[in-house]
Design a protein around this ligand. Sequence first.
Ligand code: ADP
Length: 459
Amino acid sequence: MKSLYVKFVAITIGIMIFSSIFAFLISNTYYQQKLKPYNDQKITKIAQSIAMFTDEHPHMNLKEYLEHISAIGYQIYLVDNAGEESFFGAAFRDKSLSVSMKEYVLNGNTYHGILHFPQKTFVTGFFANELKNTIGVPLTYNGKNYALFLRPDIKLLFNEMHFLFGWLLAFTIILSIVMVVFSTKYLVKPISKLTTATKSLSNGDFNVELDITRHDELGELSHSFLRMARKLEQMDDIRKEFISNISHDIQSPLSNIKGYTNLLENESISLEERGQYVSIINDEIRRLSTLTKQLLLLASLDRNDDMMKKKPFNVGQQIKELIRNYQWLLSEKGIMLSYSLPDTEMIGDPSLLNTVWDNLLTNAIKYNKPDGTIEILLEVKGESIVVTFKDTGIGLNHTEIERIFDRFYRADTARTRTIEGTGLGLSIVWTIIKLHDGHINVNSKEKEGTTFIVELPVN
Ligand code: ADP
């Protein structure tokens, strides 16, 4: 596997090479299109002024004069009618030039070799040290005709600049590579850290540390990663607690049942005791049955919401019917129940919502004070229906309110110990209401009472 680091460095260097080639091609084209004519004109003027000077000074030494000019920074080729030729200044790399060209200049014309130097993709004509790449002008000296070919001696004129640009380029390249190598390390390091963290997470170690304090996308990613790790840890804890709760809640009725069946095996116990034990065993079996029913319901609610069978029904009537079923329990406990339940149609799963009202009502009864009251209200507010269950029971404190919808949570066991329950009822309520896109709120004051407010969309 090629590491991200190697790839990144290779790609960056590749980009650098590509862009330098591209930049060279563009500047070469620029020279060919725009600069070459200027250059040609400039050199032509210089050549012409040399020719003019020799014409006006017939008594000077031509060769000496041209020697001087070449020393300033020009490469010169001189030829006469007889074909006698001489060179001044640095030698041309390529001395070929057609005879017809020489004759063309000897006949009094100007040769624009710089302008017409052939365009080549990777050769900038400016640097080509060739006799063809010159300006040719006619020159008369002492009544004799010559052809003078001339180009600037790039090496002499620009040698230092060459070095300067050479070093500039070399340093730019070297520094860029070094910087890319280091900056890539800086970029890639958090990714390696994240990979290590992911590995330890997949090995079940949720306690990952990530010291990535950056404000870019990688910082964001590591924040999200840490959040995810915490969430996973929480979920793992909840799962473990859930299993241990279930095991405990199943184990304790089972051992009770076992204890009492053992006692029943003793033939010397009275009929009265026997009846008592059987009734305890029955209670425990009922508890187990409730627990497994609730667990099955929660599991199916968790799996998906396909199990919902939504249809229009009358909630007001549904709750009134439920109250009727609990009338005996209410009078047994001496609890006064009042309600305002107008006929109201809504769309939802009637059987699941019945479970909601059932849980809220049995809780209001179970956790009420003797001679307490319960008030149930149904109101339509815009597109929602609001159902309120208000009791004058034992109430809940702040920390308890935060947890009552957690699975298996039962507030202050000392108080609820004598009251039968599994701690699953309200989590079922919460899940069903969420599946209906509704929500539930709790207001409660210790020793004074609790109010549950359920809000559900009508449709
Ligand atoms: P349980 O089976 O214990 O009733 P629930 O999930 O229905 O489980 O309720 C969770 C806990 O919330 C209860 O154990 C109880 O402590 C508290 N609770 C629920 N309803 C009320 C209420 N109306 N008044 C006071 N406490 C309540």
